[in-house]
Ligand binder design. Structure first.
Ligand code: DC
Length: 219
């Protein structure tokens, strides 16, 4: 079966999708990693970035590769694994700018569909249920309050030894939400047939149990 798990920044979607993939023993495609890998490449080439165009992105296709595995997605840039370099807030911000380029979304979604083929898979992102695998048998949309998402992001960064300012993180989350939802083409929205789960105050394990139960029910 194919499962789409979408949601805004720090809604818990990666932790949930990873665990659902593990529990069901089917591979996991974290689509945001592609946006981040292109963001990382652009930052490396340009230094500071305030706007990204299709002309900047087009020549970079072919340099980024995603390999879905059970419980993880491998991301390579020019053949090198870059998971640790793309996890920063700075790269996330550029990834969000890239998300507003419609030609990029069309091209990267073609790439995702080629990688997925007819395999069973968990696909996670912003538009898995609406554009990457609209044929998915199960579509989940995870939400959480902005304050809870900011707290989670601060804790994630602290676990990695990075000191983070709660107010600044909250501001960036709200800005990213606004940009992702208000872009002219392909705005970020739940699929009409998605099941919305509010994860505020709930543990990853609880949400995973709910998704697994839904998957069993869907089969
Ligand atoms: O899921 P994430 O935080 O790693 O994604 C980073 C950015 O990439 C996000 O702000 C918007 C963009 N993105 C997107 O537009 N569509 C996707 N399917 C995945 C990510």
């Amino acid at each position: 079966m194919k499962i789409a798990i979408d949601g805004p920044a720090a809604s818990g979607k990666s932790a949930v999708a990873r665990e659902v993939s593990r529990r069901l023993g089917i591979p996991y495609l974290e689509s945001g990693l592609a946006y981040r890998a292109f963001g990382y490449l652009i930052l490396k080439r340009k230094g500071e970035v305030t706007k990204v165009s299709w002309e900047d992105l087009k020549p970079l296709f072919g340099l980024v590769e995603l390999v879905p595995r059970v419980g993880s997605t491998e991301v390579r840039v020019e053949g090198k694994k870059v998971e640790e370099y793309v996890a920063t807030e700075e790269v996330g911000g550029v990834a969000s700018l890239i998300g507003a380029v419609p030609e990029f979304r069309e091209e990267i979604n073609r790439y995702f569909r080629k990688v997925i083929g007819d395999s069973q898979i968990v696909v996670e992102g912003r538009d898995a249920g609406t554009h990457i695998i609209p044929e998915a048998e199960l579509k989940i949309f995870l939400t959480a309050s902005p304050e809870e998402r900011a707290r989670r992001r601060v804790n994630q960064l602290r676990e990695k030894g990075v000191e983070a300012d709660y107010g600044e993180i909250l501001r960036r989350i709200l800005e990213r939400d606004r940009r992702d939802m208000e872009r002219e083409k392909y705005p970020f929205r739940p699929a009409e047939d998605a099941i919305v789960i509010d994860t505020t105050g709930r543990s990853v394990e609880e949400v995973v149990e709910e998704v697994i139960a839904l998957a069993r029910h869907t089969k």
